[in-house]
Design a protein around this ligand. Structure first.
Ligand code: UDP
Ligand code: MG
Length: 313
């Protein structure tokens, strides 16, 4: 019998976990033609998440867990789950039931019957989300798709089912600054997209604030596009030619009309404008440099404190 690994990143999910566990158990009972393993990645939760996971692992052999030494972020939890999984098929889903496990059966059929390598999901509505956030999200996807060769799908979730082969390809991407949406797209493979309406979290709270999302967007752009760098060079060239034209204009004007001392206000404006542009692009370059800096440090993406094999279980 083939095995399906269900990877669930958990950060302070004590409230949602019992619902999730019940739901996934229902689905695995229904899909009895597959062996299941659940890999819960405890991403440094500060609540009782780990205790709950230990309890499950004790009574249920399918439950495995990986517990980090601190909070490393969902991206780290995803890669850890993938590395620990043993299944022939791997699925990633949130603990809050925003990724309906009931879709699994359909997804599995699409892979095994229709011959796809991966089934991904995207939500077509952003109901229950602040309008400002939806607006910025839309803008972000427009922008990044113009700037990056790797296609980013608007509303794409991390919820997906894939073959071992795809999971291995994702694991082979060893970068420290991980932007999963880009990574999934980068590895390619025949992917089918399923669409569904946004579901509200079953319990607990979202871990994403507006600024966290903003930083994540910048992360996505620097990880999968170098267009901002090209743009800065381009703007430099345009400004250079503009200044040449201006110099010629001023020299000729001075030769014809003499040289009254004027232009102080315009000079200040030009200096302010150009130093603004320069500082902005230095910031852009700094972004790339700082990412490179972190990559070259070769730090581990996550650090494990214990797993279900730990002795005091
Ligand atoms: N998560 C995590 N580490 C973090 C933040 C979130 O492992 O630092 C997990 C979280 O427990 C959940 C999933 O990632 O299972 C999605 O998080 P959340 O529901 O807060 O995000 P949203 O669905 O609102 O985008
Ligand atoms: Mg959620």
């Amino acid at each position: 019998m083939k095995m399906l690994s269900v990877i669930v990143p958990c950060y302070n999910e004590e409230e949602a976990l019992p619902y999730f566990y019940e739901e996934i158990n229902k689905i695995s009972k229904k899909m009895d033609y597959l062996n299941f393993e659940y890999i819960f990645v405890n991403d440094g939760s500060k609540d009782k998440t780990l205790e709950i996971l230990k309890k499950y692992a004790k009574k249920d052999k399918r439950v495995r867990y990986v517990s980090f030494s601190r909070n490393f972020g969902k991206e780290a939890a995803i890669i850890a789950g993938l590395e620990y999984s043993k299944g022939d098929f791997v699925t990633l889903m949130d603990a809050d039931l925003q990724d309906p496990p009931s879709l699994l059966e359909k997804m599995y059929k699409i892979i095994t019957v229709d011959g796809y390598d991966c089934v991904a999901t995207r939500r077509v509505t952003r109901k229950g989300e602040p309008p400002i956030r939806s607006f910025f999200a839309r803008m972000f996807y427009k922008l990044i798709n113009k700037m990056s060769k790797t296609e980013m799908v608007d509303g794409a979730r991390d919820y997906r089912l894939m073959t071992k082969q795809v999971a291995d390809a994702i694991i082979s991407m060893k970068e420290y600054n991980r932007y999963s949406k880009g990574i999934f797209s980068f590895v390619g493979f025949k992917t089918k997209w399923l669409e569904y309406e946004n579901v509200k979290r079953v319990a607990g709270e979202t871990k994403w604030s507006f600024w966290k999302l903003f930083a994540y967007a910048i992360e996505g752009i620097t990880a999968f596009s170098t267009v901002p760098l090209i743009f800065s060079a381009l703007l430099g060239v345009i400004l250079f030619f503009f200044s040449v034209v201006m110099i010629i204009f001023i020299v000729i004007r001075t030769l014809i009309f003499g040289d009254p001392v004027s232009g102080w206000p315009s000079l200040v404006c030009i200096i302010l404008f150009l130093s603004g542009v320069q500082l902005f692009f230095m910031g852009v370059i700094g972004q790339y440099l700082s990412k490179t800096y972190l990559e070259t440090k070769n730090r581990p993406i996550y650090i494990v404190k214990e797993t279900e094999k730990h002795k005091d279980l």
